[in-house]
Write a protein that binds this ligand. Structure first.
Ligand SMILES: [Cu+2]
Length: 331
């Protein structure tokens, strides 16, 4: 059923890019990211030499002093107080030091500063929604640079985990519970947001982006405030592009563009298609059918598919029109 498409016909992949630093880690793009990397490198630099110093001689001695026969005498020396005090003392000091390093970084990363900008985040199989204080709802996070931001997370189905690798920030999103996560971004640009808790077969595609914008007046192009005023876009998009953006954020995990079946029917050639429904009737896919499928997916179920599509009641008319325009393009 799934056909290979020539490369140029592939849908343009959304950019879920993570910028990488020279040390092999994602670029540290939040105020506490370097602290957290510091903990990591402290542990690594202490753990690797200790591992070698302990395990190396252990293997060597185990081989060298292996008891060769039943009547071979073991060495009478089995205790050395000074040596034991010595090798108990050093690890104790080290462990206390490592605890302190880790605890301090954890405490800094856990407590949001007063007055942080609050955004409500909801995880759902398989997308994220962000709700801003002014009521704007988006599927891609936009935040001001150099300002503390606090996310209040929850989930409408199973446990997800909200993860921004560049920020070294991760927190579970749990149904029926609010958790929180804060950070202050230090670098402009766009980076990936991942789901870090296996949540179902669309988990690996539960991706979105966070765009860090300079803070400034809301009538100035390119600022976070202007972005928010425009409903979460830098410049208002033409319908097809808006639809593509919504598709990437909300529908891609279940509907392909290349004819292959994921959870739902492919959108390849969807517009104008004759569809057999579970109740035995046949319909033609038109604007109203698509609109109803988005707002009330349980109303008409395509035959042979499970009724698992969530409703997207919060989408604005403009978004739905964009999606319809985008689907018409999928010939
Ligand atoms: Cu998830």
């Amino acid at each position: 059923m799934s056909q290979q498409q020539p490369a140029q016909e592939q849908p343009t992949e959304p950019k879920y890019e993570i910028r990488m630093a020279d040390d092999g880690m994602p670029v540290a793009s939040s105020t506490f990211a370097e602290n957290i990397d510091g903990v990591y490198w402290t542990w690594i630099t202490i753990a690797i030499p200790f591992f070698l110093v302990v395990v190396g001689p252990m293997i060597y001695f185990a081989l060298k002093y292996k008891r060769k026969s039943e009547d071979e005498k073991t060495h009478p020396l089995d205790h050395h107080l000074r040596l034991e005090v010595f090798w108990t003392f050093i690890p104790t000091v080290l462990v206390i030091y490592l605890f302190w390093v880790g605890f301090k970084a954890y405490a800094d990363a856990s407590v949001a500063p007063n007055g942080a900008y609050e955004i409500k985040v909801t995880g759902q199989m398989y997308n994220w929604t962000f709700e801003y204080p002014d009521g704007t709802i988006t599927n891609e996070l936009g935040i001001p640079k150099d300002k503390p931001v606090k996310l209040i997370l929850s989930s409408s189905d199973v446990i997800h985990s909200f993860f921004i690798p560049e920020f070294r920030a991760k927190q579970d999103a749990v149904p029926g519970l609010y958790t929180s996560l804060w950070f202050q971004a230090t670098r402009e640009g766009t980076t990936a947001v991942e789901c870090a808790e296996y949540c179902g077969d669309g988990h690996s595609r539960m991706l979105t982006t966070v765009e860090v914008l300079p803070s400034g007046p809301d009538d100035q192009q390119g600022t976070f405030e202007n972005w928010l005023l425009n409903g979460g876009v830098k410049t208002p998009l033409p319908p097809v592009q808006l639809g593509e953006k919504k598709y990437n954020a909300l529908c891609m995990s279940c509907h392909s563009l290349d004819g292959s079946r994921i959870q739902g029917p492919s959108f390849k050639g969807v517009f104008g298609r004759q569809e057999k429904l579970a109740d035995g009737t046949t319909i033609t896919v038109d604007e109203n059918y698509i609109r109803n499928s988005i707002l009330n997916p349980q109303g008409q179920i395509v035959e042979g598919y499970p009724p698992t599509m969530p409703a997207f009641g919060y989408l604005k008319d403009k978004d739905i029109e964009g999606i319809i325009a985008f689907l018409k393009e999928q010939k």
